[in-house]
Design a protein around this ligand. Structure first.
Ligand SMILES: [Zn+2]
Ligand SMILES: [Zn+2]
Length: 344
């Protein structure tokens, strides 16, 4: 089968040979696994971080990708949930132990032995993937494959971030950065919190206009203070400056939830501007969101299908995966990027 192999970490633009399309064997299958023939595969900012070495390093070579939709092609001897031909999806959580303290508490996203799809196990930039069947999701109804892929990470992790804000209807919500995740969560927030004001902080005029087009009540630059201070702000930016800006714009007792696997170190000196009295005093909080649980993915897919929350997408051919990733690096983003692996 064809697969994009990440061979080592490095700068995506300067190194031609770290990420290459290769011929690799059809995946071997364990008794409790299924093989999915991949139709659509989402491209996430996390892949850019993996390539450039900002997440815990994988065992090379690895196939990237963790927003996968396709059809079951083969089932292991002990597989009971899926049969061949079923529509199936895979998200960032590829495996957890089920036994540790965190798994027992419903926090499998924090499992001691958490394995990420497309990092610790092979992912979706390929024609096929093998996955434990209880870490795959049955897709019944819903949208076309390419509209489901971005829901699996940008959507599901965004949904987890929204839950972690503990926001209630009527309380204003802020979005710092407006890419794949934020635009989906904004759509969801309009449904779950119809009386809340939704405010978007974004660097570019294009992103701000995109936010207003999708129904944001206010859109401004990252250091602007909106007419109403948000009770919670979800930060999806890759850098530090917006965290300081978020804390500055936050209501008393409010919470900033950081939805980013790693922050780039390029503007770390911005952190020196953190001042206790203006940024943290009056019970302001900062919390990060790590990974995602299967329950988050299931709940979010059900909400998205029921409420017709379709992401805005940009389609790329499988061969153009690198082009899509470079555009993410260059911050050319409007909605979510998806690779079509298998033509319809
Ligand atoms: Zn992702
Ligand atoms: Zn565990």
């Amino acid at each position: 089968m064809k697969a994009w192999l990440l061979k080592r970490c490095g700068n995506l633009v300067e190194n031609d040979n770290i990420l290459e399309i290769c011929d690799v064997p059809y995946p071997e299958i364990k008794p409790n696994e299924i093989v999915i023939k991949i139709k659509a595969s989402g491209v996430c900012h996390t892949e850019h971080d993996e390539i450039e070495g900002r997440t815990p390093p994988p065992k090379f070579p690895v196939i990237l990708g963790h927003q996968i939709v396709g059809v079951v092609d083969k089932t292991g001897k002990e597989a009971k949930i899926f049969k061949c031909g079923d529509r199936a999806a895979v998200a960032w959580i590829g495996s957890s132990c089920g036994e540790c303290y965190f798994c027992q508490k419903g926090l499998e996203n924090l499992c001691q032995n958490f394995q990420a799809t497309g990092r610790d196990i092979n992912g979706g930039y390929a024609q096929y993937i093998a996955i434990k069947e209880d870490f795959a999701y049955k897709i019944e109804g819903g949208f076309e494959d390419e509209f489901i892929a971005p829901l699996l990470c940008a959507g599901a992790v965004g949904y987890r971030s929204l839950k972690l804000t503990e926001i209630k209807d009527g309380e204003p919500i802020g979005f710092m950065g407006f890419g794949a995740s934020a635009h989906i969560v904004l759509k969801l927030s309009k449904i779950l919190f119809p009386s809340s004001q939704l405010m978007v902080f974004a660097r570019s005029e294009t992103e701000r206009q995109f936010a207003l087009d999708l129904g944001a009540n206010w859109a401004g630059d990252i250091e602007e203070i909106p007419p109403q201070k948000p009770k919670a702000i979800i930060d999806t930016t890759p850098v530090w400056k917006p965290i300081i800006a978020s804390l500055n714009a936050l209501e008393k007792g409010g919470r900033v939830v950081i939805n980013a696997i790693r922050k780039e170190s390029t503007d770390k000196e911005e952190l020196l501007k953190l001042q206790y009295e203006s940024h943290l005093w009056l019970e302001k909080e900062i919390k990060s969101v790590a990974n995602v649980t299967r329950q988050d993915v299931k709940e979010f897919l059900a909400l998205a299908f029921k409420n017709n929350i379709k992401p805005e997408i940009q389609i790329y051919s499988f061969e153009n995966a690198k082009k899509a990733l470079i555009e993410i690096k260059e911050k050319k983003i409007r909605g979510a990027k998806v690779l079509i692996v298998e033509g319809k």
